[in-house]
Ligand binder design. Structure first.
Ligand code: SF4
Ligand code: SF4
Length: 392
């Protein structure tokens, strides 16, 4: 399964240059032709659709217990890394499916690291043994994110549809910690576990994780089938994100609300109400990023080489099997559209938080088939919209 696609941060401060300078919120570099190009900060590569679990909320409907014949081959993967590093140096996250099912995963990771990339691994954790953890460490993978969707086995295993997967994930974490590999916990938040968030938070601290990323379910893939029964209402998401803001102030973990762009509005509203300024010293790395990064500083490459703005927005920008990655990133009209917030419609289009939030383009697309429409799970009414409504 792929999880938390829009913002796996690697060692927190690694959302910065290798010289340690912070990346500006909308970093660009200038192309030799003179055109400004956004800097790709994070690329998720779905290395395979093969997975040993069948999670209820997976973005894919077609996961299989085996590697897919259509997965990029080792040769194609190495060529993709060459093309990527020829133009961009993002943090590269190997995801899936379950990336540890690929026998060449460490060869690919070592190659990418050798080409100067920071590499992370997004896994369900159940295949991490002592040997695998040692290999992850020796290859130089920077961080491993493991999905935990409940405070206990009953909830997690129910959602992951495999008895024992909770215990095996915790074992995997223990092996990684024993080998001193930084671990991030990813949790998909929905009705099955929203009352367990305090327990998941405590669990993350207990197992020695350095980060907790909460992911608001996006109704795509399997998520569509379960959306009505498990999606949190916009009001409940608001409550969860306020809780998240309060917990982040404890600074016990690096906390990130992922694919919940409106968190960046809530963070500013809360800080303003508290009379707190927003900067690195008060709000950490959250001030350096923004809500939806799809197509602006994040993208997703599928197991077949298709390039998408993120793993939850099924609109294709190109395919690395047929075109160099840099050409797609720099020139795809889809990406050019996503880089123009002034095109957003509905209340997002008139919202004063447009530049720090922007709403989830995938949820808008899933709801009404238009990726520029307003985020359907935000309760905020921008003042301009309210005054327009009163005028009519
Ligand atoms: S479109 Fe939605 S799911 Fe995709 S990166 Fe943006 S917030 Fe996340
Ligand atoms: S209206 Fe749109 S841009 Fe404004 S806070 Fe809500 S989701 Fe974000």
């Amino acid at each position: 399964m792929l999880n938390n696609t829009c913002s796996l941060k690697v060692n927190g401060a690694k959302e910065s240059t290798r010289e340690g300078k912070s990346l500006p919120r909308t970093a660009h570099h200038r192309h030799p032709g003179g055109k400004k190009q956004p800097v790709l900060r994070l690329l998720f590569w779905e290395t395979t659709t093969g997975c040993n679990l069948e999670c209820a909320h997976c973005r894919r409907l077609d996961v299989s217990q085996r590697l897919a014949k259509s997965d990029l081959t080792t040769e194609e993967g190495l060529a993709f890394i060459d093309a990527l590093t020829a133009t961009q140096k993002p943090i590269l996250v190997f995801s899936g499916g379950e990336p540890l099912m690929r026998p060449d995963i460490f060869e690919l990771a070592a190659y990418a690291i050798g080409r100067g990339l920071i590499v992370a691994l997004a896994t369900n954790g159940t295949l991490v043994t002592d040997q695998i953890a040692a290999k992850i460490k020796s290859v130089g993978i920077d961080r491993v994110s493991i999905s935990i969707d409940g405070e206990n086995a009953e909830t997690h295993d129910g959602f992951r549809r495999l008895p024992g997967s909770f215990d095996r994930a915790l074992e995997g974490i223990a092996y990684l910690r024993a080998h001193d590999v930084p671990v991030q916990i990813n949790s998909t938040v929905a009705k099955h576990n929203d009352d367990q968030l305090p327990g998941i938070y405590d669990l993350a601290i207990d197992v020695g994780a350095i980060a907790l990323h909460l992911f608001m379910l996006v109704p795509v893939g399997c998520g569509v089938q379960i959306a009505d029964s498990v999606m949190l209402s916009a009001e409940r998401q608001e409550e969860v994100l306020h809780w998240f803001y309060d917990k982040s102030k404890e600074k016990a973990l690096q906390m990130k609300a992922t694919c919940a762009p409106h968190y960046y509005r809530i963070m500013r509203q809360r800080a303003q109400a508290e009379g707190t300024k927003i900067d690195r010293s008060t709000h950490g790395m959250a001030v350096l990023t923004k809500g939806c990064l799809a197509g602006t500083s994040v993208c997703f490459v599928s197991h077949k080489g298709q390039v998408f703005p993120c793993g939850y927005l099924p609109v294709e920008a190109g395919n690395v099997r047929h075109q160099p990655f840099g050409e797609i990133w720099e020139n795809a009209s889809l990406f050019e559209t996503l880089r123009r917030p002034e095109l957003l419609k509905g209340k997002c289009g008139v919202c004063e938080y447009i530049k720090v939030c922007g709403g989830c383009r995938a949820r808008a697309y899933g709801e009404v088939g238009d990726l520029l429409e307003e985020e359907p799970y935000c309760i905020y009414q921008p003042p301009i919209q309210i005054s327009k409504t009163l005028d009519n």
